[in-house]
Design a protein around this ligand. Structure first.
Ligand SMILES: Nc1nc2c(ncn2[C@@H]2O[C@H](COP(=O)(O)OP(=O)(O)OP(=O)(O)O)[C@@H](O)[C@H]2O)c(=O)[nH]1
Ligand SMILES: [Mg+2]
Length: 432
């Protein structure tokens, strides 16, 4: 009996020892594996954090970006006319690729589709009182007289404009009477359709400078055999001060660079010295040369002339001319912008005059917009700062008043925060 119990004790002890050994072995293996993983991670961190070339980081997108960036850099080197300095350009392209924080390397800005998705998300999130108020009204079971008034008020608040708002609500009410429905879901669908109609779904919103090259007849270009000669597309940015002209010029240049187009920018805002510096900063950011005057208060038209000449000589695809917004009066504005246009056209035809309108100022910007349209003729509108505005309805008013389409929207201060205007996304955004 004693013998048996001591044997049992011995077996139990051995079993405990074996189990303990097994557990210890498992723990050791696990801790080794864990240490191995964290070593690999810290090695990867070090290789990227210590400024190692992105190609050494074992990630496919990283190496692809670098490839794209260096091929852009090589192109810049072989075409020094377009690099502020050849090395400067290579550096900026390489740093854009190597910096994951930059998000997108210079040659591959965000796609239009993704920008629009972002536009939708931003508008939906932007505590848009327009969308919310409409939602509250249209969430009712039946629409009473006062609800129709509320719909109209909300449209007015969103800066859709008095005439357009009244017309919209009148049509909606008539439709509701005809179909004898005041079902909010149907009214909402009808409102969407009408807003889309007002905004315009089949409007051509392409930039003129982006359309197929027509060029000028060969007869005017001695020594050329082609029927037409490709010329740089010329875009002039105009608008009241602070609306976002310079920023939009920079973002736009980046879009063209991404399409592998040769871009030159002209700093025809000579009103203050910092303006040309600001454009140069954008130029450096997006790898585009900026033609400027070193002299404060130089004649803006002469800068535009020089920029056009250089764009033509360098065989550029696009020339973007930034102008001043701070002008004393209408006569002064007409005089200056008219001269910039005339002088530029001595060298190259102007394809596009983009009026930059600050969406946060809503209807207040309309009067000024008309003055610019009168002064220089406007071919398209850029609605900037739509990211911070609940007054998107200005799109409808500005198109009706000026008779030109909104072509682009600014959604923030970053280089990728410019998107083509997309009517369905826009209407869905304000109805969200
Ligand atoms: N949130 C936001 N800010 C913007 C946008 N576009 C421009 N801005 C900001 O608006 C301010 C004015 O922009 P600028 O590009 O200097 O405006 P401008 O029309 O060139 O101004 P002037 O040269 O003084 O006539 C800057 O702080 C920009 O970063 C946008 O789409 N969204
Ligand atoms: Mg400016």
């Amino acid at each position: 009996m004693n013998m048996d119990s001591s044997m049992i004790i011995a077996i139990v002890v051995i079993a405990i020892v074996v189990i303990a050994a097994l557990i210890a072995a498992v723990l050791v293996v696990r801790s080794r594996r864990h240490r191995g993983e964290s070593n690999t991670a810290s090695e990867a961190d070090e290789s990227s954090g210590a400024g190692a070339p992105a190609a050494q980081v074992p990630s496919a997108p990283g190496s692809a970006s670098l490839e794209a960036a260096t091929s852009g850099g090589a192109q810049a080197q072989s075409e020094p006319a377009f690099a502020p300095t050849a090395t400067g350009d290579v550096e900026s392209a390489a740093s854009a690729a190597a910096s994951p924080a930059a998000g997108h390397p210079m040659e591959t800005p965000e796609s239009a589709g993704s920008r629009i998705t972002r536009l939708r998300a931003r508008l939906a999130k932007s505590s848009n009182p327009f969308g919310r108020a409409l939602f509250n009204i249209l969430a009712k079971d039946h629409l009473a007289e006062s609800d129709w008034e509320d719909v109209e008020d909300t449209l007015l608040l969103a800066d859709v404009g008095a005439d357009a708002s009244a017309q919209l609500v009148e049509e909606l009410r008539n439709d509701a009477r005809v179909t004898s429905t005041s079902d909010p879901v149907q009214v909402r669908d009808a409102l969407r359709a009408k807003l889309l109609d007002l905004v315009g779904t089949d409007t051509d919103r392409r930039l003129n400078a982006d359309k197929p090259v027509t060029g000028e007849p060969a007869a005017t270009q001695p020594g050329t055999s082609d029927a037409t000669v490709a010329q740089p597309g010329v875009i002039i940015m105009v608008g009241v001060n602070g609306t976002g002209k310079t920023t939009t010029a920079g973002k736009l240049a980046r879009l063209f660079v991404a399409e592998r187009k040769k871009v030159i920018m002209g700093a025809a805002d000579t009103f203050r010295a910092a303006a040309a510096d600001q454009l140069e900063t954008w130029g450096a950011k997006v790898g585009v040369r900026v033609v400027r005057s070193e002299k404060d208060g130089a004649d803006p038209a002469s800068v535009a002339f020089e920029a056009a000449q250089q764009a033509k000589d360098a065989d550029a695809d696009v020339l973007i001319i930034d102008t001043a917004g701070r002008l004393q009066n209408k006569a002064n504005l007409m005089d200056e912008l008219g001269k910039i246009r005339r002088v530029t056209e001595k060298i190259l035809p102007v394809d596009e005059v983009l009026l930059v309108l600050d969406a946060t100022t809503g209807q207040n910007g309309m009067a000024q917009a008309k003055v610019f349209a009168e002064a220089i003729g406007v071919t398209g509108v850029v609605l900037s700062k739509l990211d911070g505005s609940a007054k998107g309805g200005i799109v409808i008013a500005v198109q009706q008043e000026l008779g030109v389409p909104v072509k682009l929207v600014g959604l923030g201060e970053g280089p990728d925060d410019l998107a083509p205007f997309d009517a369905p996304a826009f209407v869905d955004g304000i109805l969200a």
